[in-house]
Structure formats: C-alpha cells, structure tokens
Design a protein around this ligand. Sequence first.
Ligand SMILES: Cc1cc2nc3c(=O)[nH]c(=O)nc-3n(C[C@H](O)[C@H](O)[C@H](O)COP(=O)(O)OP(=O)(O)OC[C@H]3O[C@@H](n4cnc5c(N)ncnc54)[C@H](O)[C@@H]3O)c2cc1C
Length: 421
Amino acid sequence: MITLPADPAPADTALVCSAAVIGAGPAGLMAAERLAKAGYAPHVFDAMPTASRKFLMAGRGGLNLTHAEPLERFVTRYGDRRADLGAALTEFGPQELRDWVQGLGIETFVGSSERVFPTGMKAAPLLRAWLTRLQAAGGQLHTRHRWQGWDSAGGLSFATPNGRRRVQADVTVLALGGGSWARLGSDGAWIPLLAAAGIDTAPFAPSNCGFMVSWSPHLSTHFAGTPLKAITLSHTTHSQRGECMLTAYGLEGGALYALSPLLRDSIAAIGTATLNVDLCPDRPLAAVVAALAKPRGSQSMAGHLRRTLGLDGVKAALLREVLGTTLPHGTAALAAAIKALPLVLTATAPIDSAISTAGGVKFDALDQGLMVKTHPGLFCCGEMLDWEAPTGGYLLTACFATGALAGKSAAGWLQTTRPHH
Ligand SMILES: Cc1cc2nc3c(=O)[nH]c(=O)nc-3n(C[C@H](O)[C@H](O)[C@H](O)COP(=O)(O)OP(=O)(O)OC[C@H]3O[C@@H](n4cnc5c(N)ncnc54)[C@H](O)[C@@H]3O)c2cc1C
C-alpha cells in the first residue's frame, strides 16, 4: 500500500497556488514532476483515496512500461495520432522513459516481443519511489478531492469529505484518464465539465477490448475461461498472431485487442465484424489439406483432426461451433475453415472492462504544448486525450510523454506570464 501525507482539507478553505494538477495517474504525476523541477511546487489532486490505482493495476499482470523497437516504428503504433503525439514522444520517448525509471533506482529489461518491464514487474516500488521524490521536490498530494468544474470566479471546485474546496491556480494541468475501469478512478465524468466549458471532446469508445459472440450454451458452459493458444486472428487485411481467451460472452485477450479498433469500427459501421481464426498458423493451407487427406481408416473425424493437426480441446470445439457437428467431408473446405474460421462479433464488451479508451479531448482543441487554445493556462495530458494505441507499453509511454510535455509547457507558461516568481 502506498502511504500518502495526510491532507486535512478543511471545509470551505480556499487554496491559492501557482500550479494545480488534477489526476494522480502516470500522466498527472509526470506533469507535476516537470513543474516541481521548474521550481513551481505543484498541488496534485485526485478523487480517489490513493494515487495511481490504474497504474498499480497495470502492474498486476507485469508492468509493460514501453517497447524497445526503433522510434520510427514505435510512433506508427499511434495511427492517425502519430503526428499529434510526435513532439511529446520525440522529447520523452521509450529510451527517455527507461532512463527516467532508472533514475528512480529501478532497472528495466527487454522481455518477450521487445516489451520493456521494470525488474520485479510491479508498479508499486516505482510509484513509491516516485511519490517520495515528488514530495521532496515540493509536490503536495491531495487525495479524496473530486474536481467538479470551475466556479463562477474561475476557481477550481472540488468535493472533499469535508465539504467543498476552492482552489485558485495560475496554471491547471488536467490528467483525468480515460473512461474504463471506473472503480480505479478514471470514470470519464469530466467529459460534460469540459464540454460545458466549450472544450471539444470525442465520445469515449473501448480500445484494447473484448467482443461479444453468440456462443452456443454448450461452448460457453464447457469452454468459458479457456485460452486459445497459438492462433492467428485476422480481420480484412490485418492479422495478429498470439492468443486470446474464450469467455462466456465472447472473446478477450491480447491478439484480439490488437485488432480491436478495426473490429469496433466495423461493428459501428455495419453492426457486426467478422474475425477469422487460423487454428493452425504454423502450417500453410496446402499442408493442412495434405494432412487431412491422409487415410483416416476407421478413426473418427475428431481423432483424425487430433492426430494429423493436433486440433483438440477448445480448438476442435470452436471448429464444430462454427461448422456444425457434421464437419464438411471435402478436405479443401475443411482445411479452408481451419485456416480461417469465421466468427461473427456482434458488439464490443462493455467499455468499463476495456484496457483503454479512445476518445477524449481533441488535439484540435490544444496547441503544440497541450494547452487548451480557448483557455490559456489550462493543459491536458494522458489517456484523456483523443488517441489510442495497442498494448505493448504504448499506452503508458504516451501518458508519460504527454504528461512531461504538458508539465513543461505549463512551467513555461508560468515563466512567461508570472516572470517574478
Ligand atoms: C488492467 C490494466 C492493465 C494495463 N496494463 C498496461 C500496461 O502493462 N502497459 C501500458 O502501457 N498500459 C497499461 N494499461 C493502461 C494504463 O494503465 C493507462 O493508459 C494509464 O494508467 C493512463 O494514465 P493517465 O495518467 O492518463 O490516467 P489514469 O491512470 O487513469 O489516472 C487518472 C486519475 O485521474 C483521477 N480522476 C479522474 N477524474 C477525476 C476528478 N473528477 N477529480 C479528481 N481526480 C480525478 C483518477 O482517480 C485517476 O487517479 C493497463 C490498463 C488496465 C486497466
């Protein structure tokens, strides 16, 4: 458990400060660190009783901080937002992030598929060291402070257990997160607050999310929770090798998440998305045909599939789910189905269960330094901005990078507008 300095938050007291950062996730803490470095002791506010709950949750399954591929390839993972995020990632990209983690006394290593992790894989030691350093640099953390917008005099208005609290800050950095896993703090309730202030936002959509498939009762009863290993998933011309998990309602998991923006957009456009599953990705179609053509003798089809192609368990069940219990007799048709078994996805899984969300504050509303064009002195960063990326460390890297840029820009803005600080 991360311990925090007590904050009495007396009711109806106003706080006047140079810099307020709202949201104590990775983006907000990074912005605060940049402000502290520039000499502006930032006040960091978070609605939750402790900081960075989603970051800590990310560490549960192994904290994938970033990716070791070259920066030119790395930036392509942000698709259409590559140009918008380019400046932030050039200044604070994967290597800078690894150096920064090392500066906190934690080594990183390159794991499977070039993913970068901290030694120990967890977020808690990193967060503990970071909060300690931030506090020593003058940062102050106020938890249980839920930001509820601006009052009529332009002050920041917070609901606290002790009542309303007003904060008057020269600059404000918003780092409120996306719209999933609300129980960890990022509930997206800020969207109407910004919309009311005339700040352009795109609606949230699930990203890196699961999908619904209408399984038969047999499949969901017997195979929910079973991993589908060594498969390749494809949709139109895009494919992803890996694994996913069969769930009672459909599918979840890494290989699927990688295709999730395309699948989601197909469902939005035409109501469904077809996902093709290659159950034997290591064998070309001709090899599958040849294996199936081997004499079967008195063996059942199930036995033949197991013996010739190693297809059994959940893979065999999935084949029968789609093709029916009487599998096609022609080897060509059966081989084609094994290489591209079509699953019809009917909807995304609920947004709250998504690893991340697309949508949020549009880049058009921001200047190069992530300041809201219509609200001088107000900056935004992290997952609350309108971008998305696959898993693999790309999410956290962009959160850290935009946090660093917003914090640096906020400090620069203070230096220009408050030169006598
Ligand atoms: C299960 C899981 C595993 C993940 N694993 C990885 C991984 O391995 N690698 C990776 O790159 N990414 C991973 N992610 C994604 C990553 O954790 C997020 O993209 C990242 O935490 C977003 O950072 P952020 O600072 O923008 O927002 P958040 O971390 O969501 O922080 C936002 C903060 O704002 C606060 N807040 C919100 N509204 C208010 C308000 N009105 N008033 C005050 N405070 C408010 C919240 O309480 C929260 O603390 C994972 C996500 C999940 C759910």
